[in-house]
Design a protein around this ligand. Sequence first.
Ligand code: KIV
Length: 262
Amino acid sequence: MAVTVRTLQQRKQNGEKFSVLTAYDACFSRLISEAGVDVMLVGDSLGMVLQGHDSTLPVTTEQLAYHTSAVARGNQGSLIMADMPFMSGATVDRALTAAHTLMQAGANLVKLEGAGWLAETISVLKRNGVPVCAHLGLTPQSVNTLGGYRVQGREKTEAEQLIEDARLLEQAGADILLLECVPRDVSAQLCQSVQVPVIGIGAGPECDGQVLVMHDMLGITPGKPARFVRNFASEGHDIRASFAAYDKAVKDGSFPASEHCF
Ligand code: KIV
């Protein structure tokens, strides 16, 4: 049966973990969804892993829509989440236009980077039939204001703000939250403070779901991997088996382990 936003909410209620991987084309979409991965994220990470940019900022709505439609054609029942590009949350009108394009391309929900200030945008998207995932913590589209790709929420006031933002966005109608590079204890507290499922990347095993960039977990991203990455292909698996091993490790709670946490 196809995975829906409701499936993920039920998983959280039952204390069951779910898996998320990025996907950008029909071929990998088929392999990832056949491996049982619950959600495929058409992430703006494609600007880095596919296009060779050093950030996600150059990626456009049209490019994300192109990749979303390819992923939708290969999909075998996973939920498809499409990223909203840099500056698309700057006004409600821009957000509506981008979400319209991405949903018509085949997305089941959209993901927006930001914080509490996204509340109004999220409630308008919801009113228009667009489920939303709010991406908090390290938001790579803000790399220039954050001063690099750094762990967020280490200071007590920052951690409290993150949790307050999470509650506010849930009240505004966010269906899912995604938390990137946040200390494990802060993330655990945040997950308990909201009813909606929380997907983590570098945010510890207490999150309800886990996401990795496909190229990272296959060990083909150039350079030193981030602390939160586990290379599933180096464990003797081929590509199909790597996706299945990732799905299993997320669902049985063995990934992420303490060495992947902050
Ligand atoms: O664009 C992306 O792939 C992402 C993940 C890293 C969460 O936002």
